[in-house]
Design a protein around this ligand. Structure first.
Ligand code: SF4
Length: 153
């Protein structure tokens, strides 16, 4: 069965940096969840980071926390795990949390911790796109549904 890879926090896990969840409440997302076609990942946790953890942002080729920690290695490991899961689970597309330094697919924060967004991808999303996977965000369920209908899923 083909699957949709989704961010763990959209799936309902309390895996955000501040340990808060942000579940996607769109009825189609919930239906897919109940049908068992969603496979969840939190790249940051799967990469070895704890919850809660300091807020982090992409800064050029690194990921740095607001406390000055270099967490690039953990983000890289989580991104690779997302790509591995997508490849090994017959994933047809992904729905990932917008704005995240791991899961963002259009916008991320600017790396200066000034609450300013810029165009860009999170590291896991970047790797998924490089691997040929289509990535939507939680505000693009219409587009994701259309994509799935076109693929006759
Ligand atoms: Fe959600 Fe992705 Fe951040 Fe994990 S890394 S909390 S799945 S946005």
């Amino acid at each position: 069965m083909e699957k949709i890879l989704v961010s763990g926090c959209l799936f309902g896990w309390h895996c955000r940096y501040d340990a808060v969840d942000c579940p996607c409440l769109d009825e189609r997302f919930i239906k897919w969840k109940n049908e068992g076609i969603l496979i969840a990942i939190c790249p940051e946790v799967f990469g070895g980071l704890p919850t809660p953890r300091p807020d982090s942002q992409r800064v050029e080729n690194k990921v740095l926390s607001c406390t000055g920690l270099d967490v690039t290695e953990e983000y890289e490991a989580g991104a690779k795990e997302a790509l591995r899961l997508a490849r090994e689970n017959n994933v047809i597309c992904c729905i990932m949390k917008q704005d995240s330094p791991s899961c963002g697919s259009q916008y991320i924060y600017d790396g200066k911790f000034t609450d300013t967004k810029i165009e860009g991808n999170g590291r896991a999303t970047e790797l998924l796109k490089e691997g040929g996977f289509k990535v939507f965000d939680e505000n693009q369920i219409d587009e994701a549904e259309k994509f799935l209908l076109e693929k006759e899923i």
